[in-house]
Every structure is written in C-alpha cells, then in structure tokens.
Design a protein around this ligand. Structure first.
Ligand SMILES: C[S@@+](CC[C@H](N)C(=O)[O-])C[C@H]1O[C@@H](n2cnc3c(N)ncnc32)[C@H](O)[C@@H]1O
Length: 365
C-alpha cells in the first residue's frame, strides 16, 4: 500500500526539465538513509529510551560523526525525535521498526531491504527479459519468509478492506493464493457465519496456520495445498478472493486460472480480484501500478500489471458477467481502484437458515 501523500507526489510528478530529472533520481537518498538505519538495527537498539548520541554510537559500534549525520536525517524525516544531541524513537520507530516489539513488521522490512540490491540489477532483467533468480528454485524456506512478509505488509490493510467489502449471504470463501491468509482471517472476523479456505503452496500454508492459531476466527479457516496454475480447484465456493496474484502471471496463465475459478464457483458466485490495475488507455497510469510491473520483471517469469479493460475481457471469455469495481475509501486501499468483481451467471447465494418462521425462534445450542 502506498500512502495517500506519497501517492499524490507520484501521480502528479511529470519530468520535463533536467532539474526535475535530477530531482527524481536523487530520491534514492532518503530511502538509503532509512534502509541504513534498518541495517544498523538502530530502531531496535533505541527501543523506547532516549539516547545521547555518544552512548548510542558506542552501543551500535559506529562512528559518532556518521551516526550524528544519519540521526539528524532520520529526525528530519520524522522517524526519530531530536533534542540537542539526544535522540528518541518516534512511535513508528519504537513499534513496527523495533524487533523487540510485538508490532514489529520485520518480515516485510527484510523484503524491502533485499529489494534495494535487486533493483540495482534491473538492467540485467531488462536485457534478458527474465527474473534475477531465474535459475533458483522456490524453496520452502524462501516461501515461509515471503509469506511472513505478505502478512506484515497487509495486516492493517486487510481489516480496512474487509470492513468495506460486503460478502452478503456468502457462506464459503476461497482465498486463492492467500499466502498467510491475512485477508481470509479479516473476512472471517467481519462475517461470523462465513467459512474460508486458503489455497497456496504447503510452506505458505504452514505460516497461515501459525497465524490462524492466534486469531479469534482462525477455527473457521481450512487449508488447501494446491498449485492452481496446474490443477483444478476442488469443491465449490460462493466467493473467490484473488488478491495480488494476477500480476504474477501472463495473460494466458491468468485466463486459464479464471476458467478454473469460474468452475469452482456456485451459480451467482463472485470472483473478486485485487491488484495494481492500470486505468488509462495507454496503460501507464497510475505510476505505482507501472512501477509494480518492474518488480514483476525482476521477480517473476511472465508477470506484469494489466489494464482493467484487458482483465475484463479475459473474465468475459471465461464466462463471467456483471464485471464492476468495488469502491474502497481513498487511503485505505491496497491499490488505487484496485478491486473488481465478476460473477458467475445465476442468482446470488441465499442464506438457508433463519429464513423460515420455525428457524427464526430456534435456540442455538
Ligand atoms: C503476492 S502473494 C499475495 C498473498 C495475498 N493474497 C495478499 O494479497 O497479500 C501471492 C501468493 O500466491 C501464491 N501463489 C502464486 N501462484 C500460486 C500457485 N500456482 N499455486 C498456489 N499458490 C500460488 C504465492 O505462494 C503467494 O503466497
């Protein structure tokens, strides 16, 4: 998720002059300062105490001069507070960036850190058209780390989106490529009658289980280990949630997955897609969705970001109807206009229990 303020800078920026070109490139400086603080474990070392610069430099085993310049920049960015030569973590630094705090989002921070070194090698992928780790197989260990990263990425967005997405009378939801099941759990928490299944690779599902055990709605979650790009989806669902998977695959691969999703939905069932869609005719805006395609070049064999109109065409070819956006309040979305739904022809699923007079007054034991 890109914050609203940053989003506006990205969307409104157009590079026309040499100075604007230089300024755009110079944007690497603050990210490098922030990543250096993470590399030095600075936020963790500071915890919730105030630190004279000299003591902090000794603790981190770095030069006082270097740390002084680094901390001053961290303070001007707002992630540290400064009083003379004494520094203190901001609330963010003391929690999500602090490995000793329960709100630490280290899985995602580690992924972001590794992206810096990967993006430096972009020319290699542009030359070859292949991901950097083209020859490296997906190991269970990597899958676990990536799945934790996805959880730490979405743990605030998922409940916000679940609060705005009406699942109506749906009783069975499939979180296809659900990884840590952060979304499935958010849907379960909001809809007490719902049962959900998370489908992913076995190593990802192990992480989902670890998370679900600690979640109040975790008992209503089931696990489906399956490679859905190769195999059909068993069983039938009212809703399939397909979040941040579209961009991993080529148009052809997505079309095959859409056909499998269609076959795994009940009549009237809903296929809800969340992704970094391109919205303009030329397929260059929003900038964030265009930039995300660069990540797909670096890390996937065939992935890309897609226009809504192309995606809608593939959905229709798979037999879906009623293709429409699901509006999400600005600032709470994962991607700008990033949620679209399509339905299998037929009436929406209806709740059976509690509809007749005899059911209405029956006690639940
Ligand atoms: C980018 S993550 C998105 C996770 C989650 N849906 C979200 O929105 O945060 C993509 C997930 O899809 C899973 N995935 C991709 N292709 C898959 C396939 N063919 N079979 C099973 N899982 C797959 C990956 O393992 C990963 O957990």
């Amino acid at each position: 998720m890109v914050s609203r303020a940053y989003w506006e800078v990205l969307v409104t920026r157009r590079i026309r002059t040499f100075d604007e070109f230089r300024d755009a490139i110079s944007d690497y400086r603050l990210p490098r300062v922030l990543l250096t603080a993470l590399e030095l474990d600075l936020f963790t070392a500071m915890g919730d105490q105030s630190w004279p610069l000299t003591t902090l430099a000794k603790t981190l085993k770095v030069s006082e001069r270097g740390l002084g310049i680094l901390c001053r920049n961290l303070a001007s960015a707002g992630v540290l507070q400064k009083k003379g030569s004494v520094y203190k973590n901001s609330k963010l630094g003391a929690t999500a960036l602090n490995a000793n705090h329960r709100a630490y989002r280290g899985g995602y921070l580690n992924l972001i850190k590794s992206h810096w070194t990967d993006w430096v090698r972009l020319a290699e992928s542009v030359r070859s058209g292949l991901p950097l780790d083209h020859d490296v197989p997906d190991t269970p260990d990597y899958r676990r780390q990536f799945t934790w990263a996805m959880h730490h990425r979405t743990l605030e967005i998922a409940p916000a989106i679940s609060a705005q997405l009406q699942l109506g009378q749906a009783q069975a939801l499939l979180d296809l490529g659900g990884g840590p099941a952060t979304y499935a759990l958010a849907f379960l928490a909001k809809n007490p009658r719902l049962r959900a299944t998370v489908c992913d690779r076995a190593a990802a599902l192990e992480v989902a289980k670890e998370i679900a055990i600690t979640h109040p709605a975790g008992r209503r979650l089931s696990y489906l280990p399956l490679d859905f790009s190769e195999e059909p989806i068993p069983s039938l669902y009212d809703v399939i949630w397909y979040s941040n998977v579209l961009h991993i695959y080529s148009p052809k691969e997505n079309q095959a997955i859409f056909r499998r999703a269609h076959a795994a939905l009940k009549p009237g069932g809903r296929f809800i897609i969340q992704d970094a869609f391109l919205h303009d005719r030329e397929g260059v805006q929003p900038v964030e969705a265009s930039l995300f395609a660069v990540s797909m070049l670096l890390f996937t064999e065939q992935g890309n970001t897609y226009t809504v109109s192309d995606t809608a065409k593939w959905l229709k070819q798979a037999g879906f109807v009623r293709i429409k956006p699901i509006p999400i309040k600005k600032g709470t979305e994962d991607w700008e206009n990033g949620i679209w739904e399509a339905s299998v022809p037929g009436p929406r699923p209806r709740r059976i229990a509690n509809q007749t007079g005899s059911n209405r007054n029956r006690k639940v034991r």
